[in-house]
Design a protein around this ligand. Structure first.
Ligand SMILES: Nc1ncnc2c1ncn2[C@@H]1O[C@H](COP(=O)(O)OP(=O)(O)OP(=O)(O)O)[C@@H](O)[C@H]1O
Length: 370
């Protein structure tokens, strides 16, 4: 009778994408209620970004998924199987998760190959070697397999960390601010490479970031956290175009925010009167206008209809765009605009401004997260 083959990945188990679900997770650190009833699902093969300001609970949630910590109440499941709950707690090595945390510190005294092989210690040496080399090749660093970490650039070291996390073929890869240590230019290219590799391996990925643009670039879906709660989740487009609070709108775009009171379906602000039908007369509103939603043109002889006059207070060249600060009549509040760099001739001071409708958002002033 043929002998059963030893599985190549005895501890890490399945090597295909899994669904990871959090169900009503609460986490207390002493008196501090860090996570307040989080329910969230990462679907098989998707990249889910956990986005939020510092202290919102992103890392805590990731640590619970990894098994580095246990929640106070609630359940974590993988493919429907309980991995952490009231009477169950699987340690990290039994969860088929790959971890890539902020300080992706490689062992300095070990070669790249040994660093990547480190997580494969349960395999036969020949299998571990083959799998580690495959992971190193996948991140394009086979020529560095025998090198030590110090000869690699920051971006290359980050790719080794990715190879190390992927080598055991985890079902879910958990990444905590994986690009935060890289300079801006490197960040873009390493992020794009990482994204391509994640797509290729098809692992489910949960990526923590505090940068909305990064979340939009990477995430199939985004869950935005604030003070231990998910305030909104969805695709980048859904959240950007349909923010449910001023907090969400402000996290995804630079805004001008004006206080206004609804009157006969209209909210008056210093830069225009906006339709607010649906709000009862006398409602206190916040009118939020994305800075990219202002059209700014040099002033001619006649004020075009739908425009207001403005004066440039400061103008900063930022490469492809310019940041303008404008004074407008009837308010001391300065108005900020982000325009294309070639849009306004040099030296212009007096301008006319109008607002693109799709960049106007209304929120009630008593919105708790506003
Ligand atoms: N071990 C701990 N003991 C006590 N409080 C903690 C502990 N770990 C985290 N916290 C608190 O829990 C809250 C959430 O922290 P967490 O690190 O999850 O937030 P975060 O969104 O990842 O923040 P950052 O982006 O700054 O890393 C913070 O108020 C933090 O001070």
């Amino acid at each position: 009778m043929a002998q059963a083959q030893t599985p190549s990945f005895p501890r890490t188990g399945v090597s295909f994408a899994a669904e990871l679900a959090f169900e009503d997770i609460h986490l207390h650190y002493g008196a501090v209620h860090t996570l307040k009833g989080i329910s969230l699902v990462a679907n098989p093969g998707e990249i889910l970004c956990l986005l939020g300001p510092s202290g919102s609970g992103k890392t805590s949630l990731l640590r619970l998924a990894a098994g580095l910590e246990a929640q106070t109440s609630g359940r974590v499941t993988m493919n429907g199987q309980l991995i952490a709950g009231p009477a169950t707690f699987l340690p990290p090595e039994e969860r088929s998760v790959g971890l890539m945390f902020q300080d992706f510190a490689l062992f300095p005294h070990m070669s790249i190959l040994d660093n990547v092989r480190f997580g494969l210690h349960d395999m036969k040496p020949a299998d571990a070697h083959r799998e580690a080399m495959a992971a190193i090749r996948r991140v394009g660093l086979e020529h560095h397999a025998r090198s030590f970490p110090h000869v690699l650039s920051g971006g290359e070291q980050q790719r080794v960390a990715l190879a190390r996390a992927l080598a055991p073929r985890p079902s879910v890869i958990l990444m905590d601010e994986p690009f935060s240590g890289l300079d801006t230019r490197l960040k873009d290219s390493v992020r794009a490479e990482t994204l391509a590799i994640l797509r290729e391996t098809r692992a489910t990925a949960i990526v923590v970031t505090h940068d909305a643009e990064e979340a939009m670039r990477m995430g199939d879906r985004i869950a935005l956290l604030n003070r231990g709660e998910i305030v909104q989740s969805g695709t980048a487009q859904e959240i950007y175009h349909g923010p449910q609070s001023l907090f969400v709108a402000g996290f995804f775009a630079e805004l001008n925010v004006f206080d206004a009171t609804s009157h006969k379906g209209v909210a008056e602000t210093p830069i225009g009167a906006f339709d607010c039908r649906g709000y009862p007369d006398g409602s206190s509103l916040k009118v939020a206008i994305r800075t990219v939603g202002l059209n700014v043109r040099a002033n001619g002889d006649v004020l075009p209809s739908g425009h207001i006059p403005g004066r440039i207070v400061s103008r900063r060249f930022l490469g492809s765009t310019e940041a303008l600060v404008l004074a407008v009549p009837g308010t001391d509040q300065r108005v900020r605009a982000r325009i294309r760099a070639d849009e306004l001739p040099p030296g212009v001071k007096d301008v006319v401004i109008n607002v693109r409708k799709r960049d106007i958002m209304l929120f009630e002033s008593d919105d708790e997260s506003a």
